[in-house]
Write a protein that binds this ligand. Structure first.
Ligand SMILES: C[S@@+](CC[C@H](N)C(=O)[O-])C[C@H]1O[C@@H](n2cnc3c(N)ncnc32)[C@H](O)[C@@H]1O
Length: 228
């Protein structure tokens, strides 16, 4: 902690929690005021996979419409941009305005500055609102707004993992679209809610970093079961 430089802080909307961006010797960290690490640039294998896995399954399209929620350190956004065609549109929804600014600043180097890509759109606000406003719009929706269906930093994000939230995401997809969620670990109740909402569900485990580290969970859900 002694050798870390604090680059900024922000309040998480709807809470009294403060998050801060720190720069260490080799990496950046976002921490809660109590010291709990929320994100770091050290390990992002599963965040990359969240962007890559669903986008690679939309085959043969030059113009894929993707929604990433939220921005974090930009790795999922960057991976999605690498996986879609030149006429695609990749919208990143981020509820904390400062997080977007941090990614425009020094943090952005780590993910290859995906905000500078002309295919990127930024939605500043709650991804839940964008889902409700976008019926039948997206080919891919990839959600990583917190630790997963349990242990949320922002209580209102419970909605996104509830049956009502899952159905709202389903309605924001095109008929053959893919919905993906990231989680720190498995959650059978959430898996079941996806299936009960009419999805065929594939559950994938991905290491936090290369072939090492904690195993994170990604759910890939399709309406018609046509996954390659
Ligand atoms: C775990 S990070 C995402 C990490 C990201 N996948 C990456 O590659 O770095 C979660 C992000 O979602 C944002 N967030 C949380 N709730 C949100 C919501 N309801 N709508 C939009 N963004 C949200 C947080 O501010 C944070 O930046």
């Amino acid at each position: 902690m002694r050798h870390w430089l604090k680059l900024g802080e922000a309040i998480i909307p709807g809470t009294n929690q403060v998050i801060s961006l720190f720069q260490g010797k080799d990496d950046f960290f976002i921490k809660l005021s109590g010291g709990q690490e929320l994100m770091s640039t050290r390990k992002h294998g599963s965040e990359d996979a969240l962007g890559t896995l669903p986008c690679k399954r939309i085959l043969g399209s030059r113009s894929t419409r993707v929604l990433i929620g939220g921005m974090g350190m930009g790795f999922t956004l960057a991976a999605a941009l690498k996986s879609v065609g030149p006429d695609s549109e990749v919208t990143v929804a981020e509820i904390i305005p400062e997080v977007v600014e941090w990614n425009r600043g020094p943090l952005g180097e780590r993910s290859g500055r995906p905000l500078d890509d002309p295919r990127t759109r930024v939605y500043r606000g709650d991804v839940a609102n964008l889902l409700r406003e976008s019926p039948g719009y997206f080919d891919v929706i990839a959600l990583d707004v917190d630790n997963g269906p349990e242990g949320l930093t922002v209580d209102s994000n419970n909605w996104l993992y509830s049956t009502v939230g899952i159905v709202a995401a389903q309605e924001a997809l095109k008929p053959k679209g893919i919905l993906a969620y990231w989680s720190a670990g498995p959650d059978q109740a959430f898996h079941d809610r996806l299936r009960q909402s009419g999805f065929l569900v594939e559950e994938v485990r991905v290491h936090a970093h290369g072939s090492k580290g904690a195993l994170h969970t990604i759910w890939l859900a399709t309406i018609d079961g046509k996954m390659d």
